[in-house]
Design a protein around this ligand. Structure first.
Ligand SMILES: [Zn+2]
Length: 172
């Protein structure tokens, strides 16, 4: 057998010190970031000098979006089965009425989830087309942390805030 060589494990200690202050600030604001799972995926750890939306980052967000989509599809399935099982004839009209109410609420929730699934599909497509991660309005990077919080975001935080203010003004 080969003798054991003392190859040092790829140490990341030098990389982590080379972060920009902006990255550090974002990390400080989310102390539990390392333990947080985004639809089953651990938060992304950028390496110094890494290109924004390079292959690794794209793979990261594809995995998040696909896992999320899967969760939603299971949820839709579960509800349909639940409703099929539960829709057995209830003798009491009050029970029937409350069940109908419950079902219509469920159906509205499922409708929202289907729309979200469509949005996730569009987002996955944008990853393939290299459009993902950039603001639709100003073209700036949306940023990894914001995308992890809102994987289907198409606006940077500034443009989003502005859009919300405008929307409020229109309503008010
Ligand atoms: Zn923007």
């Amino acid at each position: 057998m080969a003798t054991k060589t003392n190859t040092p494990q790829n140490s990341d200690s030098s990389k982590s010190t080379a972060k920009t202050s902006k990255t550090r600030a974002a990390k400080a604001a989310r102390p539990a970031a390392a333990a947080v799972l985004i639809h089953g995926q651990p938060a992304y750890n950028e390496t110094a000098g890494e290109a924004y939306m390079g292959p690794a980052q794209k793979a990261h967000f594809r995995a998040i979006l696909e896992a999320w989509k899967h969760e939603l599809m299971e949820e839709v399935d579960r509800t349909l089965h639940y409703m099929q099982d539960e829709s057995a004839n209830l003798p009491d009209p009050v029970d029937r009425a409350s069940q109908e109410e419950e079902f219509s609420l469920e159906l509205r929730t499922r409708d929202r989830e289907r729309k979200l699934i469509r949005k996730i599909d569009e987002t996955l497509k944008s990853i393939e087309e290299d459009d993902y991660g950039y603001c639709m309005t100003c073209g700036e990077k949306i940023g990894i942390r914001r995308l992890e919080a809102r994987p289907t975001a198409t606006l940077c935080i500034d443009c989003k805030t502005l859009a919300e203010i405008k929307e409020k003004q229109l309503q008010g």
